[in-house]
Design a protein around this ligand. Structure first.
Ligand code: TYD
Length: 204
């Protein structure tokens, strides 16, 4: 079995979580080992860094360096060993989120992000990225219904419009890796889109 690395992206409130669980079940039914993980986080050190990034005030450079430090630890201790065993790794956010949130959202230098990406990932890229795309106003309504906001979720509508644009730019740079899902549709319809994307790949 070849390990596969699948990432889930989108602005806060896009509805990734339920579909990650559904995709996990779909893969397990096919007999695959599945590892579900998230960023920032996914290893003991990276989870500690997550707490800082999500809750302590800091500038965009500190934020970016902590996120990439967490990512390196996560890759070394969680993602790479699982891929080497032949598992499918489902990761709730990865480097596209850094380009979208820190880059497009916060205005951080994209060239510096590309340099950090190359250093930290050493060529590792997701095999598939599912981008849950929906208008920021709709995402804000969904967020308001379920939980208190963290540092990113409390940003305004213009911030999330920039983040969305950041995802669109990442997709334009790697169209074969990305699948854009219309996350404004109801849950069953979004799941149908995911199944369709999965069925087009002979990996599972
Ligand atoms: P999220 O997966 O939305 O966590 P939860 O569903 O528990 O709220 O991710 C947490 C936040 O981290 C989210 O608002 C986006 C932000 N984030 C970045 O700003 N940059 C990154 O590189 C990553 C991975 C996440």
């Amino acid at each position: 079995m070849t390990g596969r690395f699948v990432t889930f992206e989108g602005i806060d409130g896009a509805g990734k979580s339920t579909h990650i669980a559904a995709f996990e079940a779909w893969l397990r039914a096919r007999g695959r080992e599945v590892l579900v993980t998230r960023e920032p986080g996914g290893s003991p050190l990276a989870e500690r860094l997550r707490e800082l990034v999500l809750h302590e005030p800091m500038d965009a450079l500190s934020e970016t360096l902590l996120i990439f430090a967490a990512r390196r630890d996560h890759l070394r201790h969680t993602i790479e060993p699982a891929l080497a065993r032949g598992a499918v790794v489902l990761c709730d956010r990865f480097t596209d989120a850094t380009f979208a949130y820190q880059g497009a959202g916060r205005g951080f230098d994209l060239q510096v992000l590309s340099q950090l990406e190359a250093w930290v990932q050493q060529g590792r890229e997701p095999d598939l990225t599912l981008w849950f795309d929906l208008p920021p106003a709709q995402a804000a309504q969904r967020r308001a219904a379920v939980r208190a906001p963290d540092r990113f979720e409390s940003q305004d509508a213009e911030f999330f419009a920039r983040v969305r644009q950041g995802y669109a730019e990442r997709m334009a740079q790697a169209p074969q890796r990305f699948v854009r899902l219309d996350a404004s549709a109801d849950r069953e319809e979004v799941w149908t889109q995911i199944e369709r994307a999965a069925a087009q790949r002979p990996w599972w």
